[in-house]
Write a new protein. Sequence first.
Lengths: 103, 103
Amino acid sequence: MEPVDIFKALANESRLKILKWLGDPERYFPDGPNGEKHHSMTLGVCVGALQKKTGLSQSTVSHYLLILQKAGLVVASRQGQWTYYKRNEKSLKGISKYLKEEI
Amino acid sequence: MEPVDIFKALANESRLKILKWLGDPERYFPDGPNGEKHHSMTLGVCVGALQKKTGLSQSTVSHYLLILQKAGLVVASRQGQWTYYKRNEKSLKGISKYLKEEI
DNA sequence: TTGACAATTCGAAGATATTCGATATAATAG
DNA sequence: CTATTATATCGAATATCTTCGAATTGTCAA
């Protein structure tokens, strides 16, 4: 993905928050989307949990996650009826490096 | 300026190019806006030179430079009838650090 | 002071982004 | 198989961005 498209994905408050939350899911999602405790976070965070935390509609969050995914900033993995999203640390490091060295 | 506004400023191909050019004006503007040689670049690059290189209209470039300025990415200094723009290296380093450490 | 040049501001058209509710698809539980 | 839950896609309204040409402002030289 081109740098400009990555910056477009980052140019939105909610998407920026989602990225931040995905950077430390244990901290930002201590409970599951429906209040369950003791759940694993290795796969990432599901759409419903992100939807609740953003306060946006379900369709908007799904759309935003697609934007982040197309930009390479997150990766999705479907597990049964859930889709889990995690951050792509490499792409974040990459764009940070780009800003420091190529701009 | 908030990170999201900085990313909005970066989310445009022409503005990204302008920033890149301002990072090495001697290389990207060997001649002045009207073809003169041997001109100083310590003040930055004037709007006309950027306008020619982008191919956009003069008003658009002026507008874009204001967006970059509001985001803190460039600083302007008027010198007679010209306005010179230079990069604000500190803000670029800052946003790079933000991406690496706070997101 | 007037004319030319540089830059900014204004007003508007078209394109893209935001955001929603409704609908469709996919997976699971009964 | 059917109802339920999770997510994705569709269609549309509104907002913001892109970009221009025209008008305005600021500066300098004759």
